[in-house]
Design a protein around this ligand. Sequence first.
Ligand SMILES: Nc1ncnc2c1ncn2[C@@H]1O[C@H](COP(=O)(O)OP(=O)(O)OP(=O)(O)O)[C@@H](O)[C@H]1O
Ligand SMILES: [Mg+2]
Length: 364
Amino acid sequence: MGSSIVYVGMDFGSFKTSVVASHGHRETMHTAVGWAKDHVSRAMLGCDVVIGKNVFEQRMALNVVRPFAKGALKYLASEDVGVSPDDVVKRKEAAQLIVQEAVRKLQIPSGASVFGVVGSPSRAGIDSKKLITEAVQGSFDAVMIVAEPFAVAYGMDRLSETLVVDIGAGTTDICPVYGSYPSEDDQVTIPLGGDAVDETFYSLMSEAHPEAQLSLNMARQIKEKYGFVHDVNEQAVVSLPVEGRPTDINVTESLRESCRTIVEPIVEGIQKTIGHYDPEFQRPLLNNILLGGGGSNLKGLDYMIEQSLEPFGGGKVLRVYDSVFAGADGALKLAMNLPEQYWEQLRSGATGQSDSRNDMLDAA
Ligand SMILES: Nc1ncnc2c1ncn2[C@@H]1O[C@H](COP(=O)(O)OP(=O)(O)OP(=O)(O)O)[C@@H](O)[C@H]1O
Ligand SMILES: [Mg+2]
């Protein structure tokens, strides 16, 4: 067992972190850490820190930190999103704890070498890459960081002429993959994703149904269950407390309106991205749009993007088969396809970054 290798693929997202390993284990958890608020909370929880899984259930007793909320530390400078230096330190600690916990959950046999590929936001800035590298380093014997959309496309064998649209919580990343590793200039990041939809839904509901008691977390859960963007006859009716009494409330209009807010920016982002290429190359990309990320589950979104592209000659949109694990599965596949000697080089040197792009494509 001492010389065995376990390969790991990780999608380190702002909302959730998913990991899969070559020995068959997989795990997903929220990218969140909660510290007990006080002595009472600590006694109730039986610990100081809750990582990942139960953070939202236990949030009343916790100070919750989502290290990458609103794109902070991922692709935006922390000062641009109002994160104080103290907060940055806490977020860094949280990021490290999440990676450790995710890898621990994989139950890797002791003594095995752990080689990991981690998908990070496609346009993570230098500071963010540094943070992600620091957060992951201690948990792997060698680690390589790749653009998340590349990992998604790699996992689905769509490395030529594919436009990946990864709709996450904090951001939507639009990234063309066409037989070479995507450069930063090729990609577009929109600072909008599921979190923004939740916030809009929450505020529309406060206007339309001020009597209903709703939290942001409940708004997200309703969106995940009923969220849609197309015109449907069905109604979304949910039970919400009104003065403490469960009451059926029709949320159809507020929900549709909020879910639709991301469609236009996505279509504009697609046009902006393909606009960088000569016209002959634009058509294949438009005919091969791959929707990933949790936000891709919004009902009717694939169809609505196709419809919105009609004035521009149309397009074809496909969803990934499993938005939770698509990135991690692709990262694992890449990890396993890279030659062992490459991993050994990484083990003895620095973390792999996108400068190793040609090696990756040779492995593809
Ligand atoms: N069934 C669903 N319908 C609509 N939205 C969903 C559904 N499931 C998850 N989501 C939303 O997807 C978002 C999370 O997506 P994902 O897990 O891909 O994010 P992430 O990779 O952690 O974030 P990012 O890519 O921004 O770093 C959340 O806003 C979540 O509410
Ligand atoms: Mg993501």
